[in-house]
Design a binder for this molecule. Structure first.
Ligand SMILES: NC(=O)c1ccc[n+]([C@@H]2O[C@H](COP(=O)([O-])OP(=O)(O)OC[C@H]3O[C@@H](n4cnc5c(N)ncnc54)[C@H](O)[C@@H]3O)[C@@H](O)[C@H]2O)c1
Length: 378
């Protein structure tokens, strides 16, 4: 048995917990995976890292992420911090030779994402591409089962910021949250589009801030709860609507919203081809709507369950139709990250994918500023 890969987790909010639980569960699902050890956790909120170490078994806890930088017992880190810290922390760990599993969108811009490049493996948290039904869709697309893709709609609709009294957290500030819903949800959409349909040629977009001011959080405010403090300005986008031309010639519409009342994690796609269509809804993650045949008109849609032959499904369940969960997608991501380190070659979403996604988001913003199409070519 090889030496365990020492793991550090930097930022122990929602994603820090999910990454840690994924590391803990990974050996159960992937006994062939390289062994790992939870070495250290860092979070600047007093007590949070200490509590995480006690609950999840890290050897040590700290409030300062820099303590992990030159720890010889750490070979890999999860960076699960707010977006504005991705660049500084990511580039420091890359320079220190630590492999990195970092959350999307990776910084505030394509420049930030590029700054993290180093001689290390960098895995990125574009988890929706790991869903077995999405992998099945990719296989069907590659096999030409719906003909040539002509047009598609991708949606990432959420109500997490729909309450006008919801706290003005870092997510709503330009300097710390970047471009708002573009990086938060739009980045997932761009990654799914690229993963399933190929590269983007040009974009045109519109954005909006529908709730221009929110109460600042108080000392007791948690997450998206009501703020309770003085009002402050929302500095980044609540909504994105975009048209994309792909290099394949396909046309795609992408909508992302964080203020869509009645939409809870309504993420998915509808893809039309010359001879069929595919439909996926994250909330029914194991199901894929498939329309294939030779009727063209009045062609029915079948619901197909992801099963053991689709992506990593068989690692979790023995037969089709048993629901997998969001956290399982992160177990898959953890495995691919550890395998990338062991094999010295990437599996799953990489820094290049994050850079391409961020370049598309930058182009969407340029389109809003200019009011016209922006090319991504070159
Ligand atoms: N892949 C997904 O589906 C998904 C879902 C949610 C969030 N995310 C991404 O994950 C990242 C974190 O989001 P979250 O929802 O976990 O946020 P969060 O606010 O729940 O957690 C962030 C944590 O970082 C800590 N932190 C902040 N500054 C720090 C510092 N200087 N040093 C140490 N710790 C510090 C905070 O105390 C907090 O515990 C973001 O980039 C977000 O876009 C991805």
């Amino acid at each position: 048995m090889s030496e365990p890969i020492g793991i550090g987790v930097v930022g122990f909010g929602w994603m820090g917990r999910v990454h840690t639980q994924a590391y803990a569960r990974m050996p159960h699902h992937y006994p062939q995976a390289p062994p790992l050890a939870l070495v250290a956790v860092a979070d600047d909120v007093p007590g949070r890292a200490v509590d995480a170490a006690a609950r999840y078994g890290f050897d040590r806890a700290t409030q300062d992420w820099r303590d992990l930088l030159d720890d010889p017992g750490i070979q890999a880190v999860s960076i699960t911090l707010p977006n504005f810290l991705h660049r500084e922390v990511g580039s420091a760990f890359a320079a220190a030779g630590k492999h990195i599993w970092i959350e999307k969108p990776v910084g505030l811009s394509a420049d930030d994402a590029r700054a993290i490049r180093g001689e290390v493996q960098v895995a990125v948290g574009f988890n929706y591409r790991n869903a077995p039904a999405v992998e099945k869709a990719r296989e069907l697309l590659r096999a030409g089962r719906i003909g040539r893709v002509t047009h598609a709609r991708f949606r990432l609709l959420s109500d997490y910021a729909a309450h006008p009294e919801g706290a003005l957290s870092w997510r709503f500030e330009r300097d710390r949250g970047g471009n708002g819903v573009l990086g938060d949800l739009g980045s997932h959409g761009i990654d799914l589009i690229r993963h399933l349909l190929g590269e983007i040629d040009a974009v045109v977009a519109d954005t909006a801030i529908f709730i221009p001011s929110r109460p600042r959080p108080t000392a007791t405010t948690k997450g998206h709860q009501r703020g309770g403090g003085e009002p402050g300005p929302v500095e980044n986008q609540d909504w994105l609507g975009a048209l994309l031309r792909l290099t394949s010639g396909a046309r795609v519409s992408l909508e992302a919203s964080r203020v869509a009342v009645a939409e809870q994690n309504n993420y998915g796609f509808e893809i039309h081809g010359t001879a069929g269509a595919l439909f996926w809804d994250f909330r029914r993650m194991g199901e894929l709507g498939v329309s294939t045949g030779d009727s063209y008109q009045d062609e029915p849609v079948r619901t197909v369950f992801a099963g053991p032959l689709d992506g990593e499904y068989g690692t979790f369940q023995p037969g089709a139709g048993i629901a997998m969960g969001y956290d399982d997608l992160k177990v898959i991501e953890a495995y691919r990250f550890l395998r990338s380190i062991a094999d010295g070659r990437p599996y799953g979403a990489t820094l290049d994918d994050a850079i391409r996604s961020a370049e598309a988001l930058d182009a969407l913003e340029r389109s809003v500023a200019t009011g016209g199409w922006v090319s991504l070519a070159g």
